[in-house]
Design a binder for this molecule. Structure first.
Ligand SMILES: [Zn+2]
Length: 295
């Protein structure tokens, strides 16, 4: 039997319960946003059940003149509840962009794509922490999920980005990118990021070779910047009221009609300055303190 650090049993949510929680959590986005989420839930925009030959994981995709579609492989757990609101964030972004922009601006760049999905995740975390404020086991699960997600998205992807930047620089200088060369640097970088608190096997140097994103060229950094921007946006929406929601919806509606930096500035995050990163780390620290108090 599996016993996790944070509690005896991980919380289980069926798909119908998860849709209800998602609607309650995302209600802060206002009635227009919620009406489209209801369309998604009620009009079969989601293929939810695992099936033979079906691709694993969760995705949102669509074309300019269709509604967005979501592919899921549902399991009754907290992780899948988060996947549902994450993919819903992408689908709503697509919906607002295609319904407010002409065809040529109806998509969005990689730089802003993961912001819509992780803003929803952050809103869900706020909602669940409030809902279970008197239930310490549930709070441990939710905080653990948040902290682990932050580590995986902000910290680890920054490490990946630093690795990627280095190997491209070395390549430009004429250094042959042999496997041994990359293993050595990856191992050093891992040491730098985890310090003395983690004892790593030497084989950690090979990890770069199993991460397909390194073949996409400068893809990983935007997970870290996106999640950090989403922390501020979710905070603004949950605590800032109608004005913040309107600014946020304008970002979803903008598609690729303006540069990503300008779109985000209008939404309330200046990604050319470090304040939004500091804010994200502040939230991380507050939640880490809360987590420690629960043990
Ligand atoms: Zn995503």
């Amino acid at each position: 039997m599996y016993t996790s650090l944070v509690g005896k049993r991980s919380p289980k949510y069926r798909f119908d319960q998860s849709k209800q929680i998602a609607l309650e959590a995302l209600a802060v986005m206002g009635p227009d946003y919620i009406s489209h989420v209801k369309d998604e839930f009620d009009h079969r925009w989601i293929d939810v059940v695992e099936n033979r030959y079906k691709r694993s994981g969760g995705y949102s995709s669509g074309t300019y003149d269709t509604n967005p579609f979501i592919l899921l492989n549902w399991k009754d757990n907290l992780d899948n509840l988060y996947t549902l609101v994450h993919e819903t964030g992408h689908s709503m972004h697509s919906y607002y962009a295609t319904h407010n922009q002409p065809y040529q601006y109806g998509d969005y760049s990689i730089f802003v794509a993961e912001i819509a999905s992780t803003t929803n995740e952050n809103i869900l975390t706020d909602y669940l922490l409030e809902k279970f404020k008197d239930n310490s086991e549930m709070k441990r699960h939710i905080l653990n999920y948040y902290l682990d997600g932050f580590k995986g998205t902000v910290f680890r992807q920054t490490q990946f980005a630093e690795f990627e930047q280095y190997i491209h620089d070395q390549d430009a200088k004429g250094q042959p990118l042999t496997a041994n060369f990359m293993d050595d640097y990856y191992r050093q970088l891992n040491q730098k990021y985890y310090g003395d608190s983690v004892i790593s096997d030497p084989q950690i140097g090979l990890e770069w070779s199993q991460i397909p994103h390194f073949y996409y060229n400068f893809y990983v950094y935007q997970y870290a910047t996106g999640f950090a921007a989403a922390s501020t946006l979710a905070d603004n929406i949950v605590n800032g009221g109608q004005k913040s929601v309107e600014k946020y919806l304008n970002y979803l509606k903008a598609g690729s009609s303006e540069t990503p930096i300008n779109v985000m500035k209008k939404a309330g995050v200046d990604m050319t300055k470090p304040a939004y990163l500091e804010h994200a780390f502040q939230i991380f620290e507050t939640r880490l303190d809360e987590f420690e108090k629960l043990f």
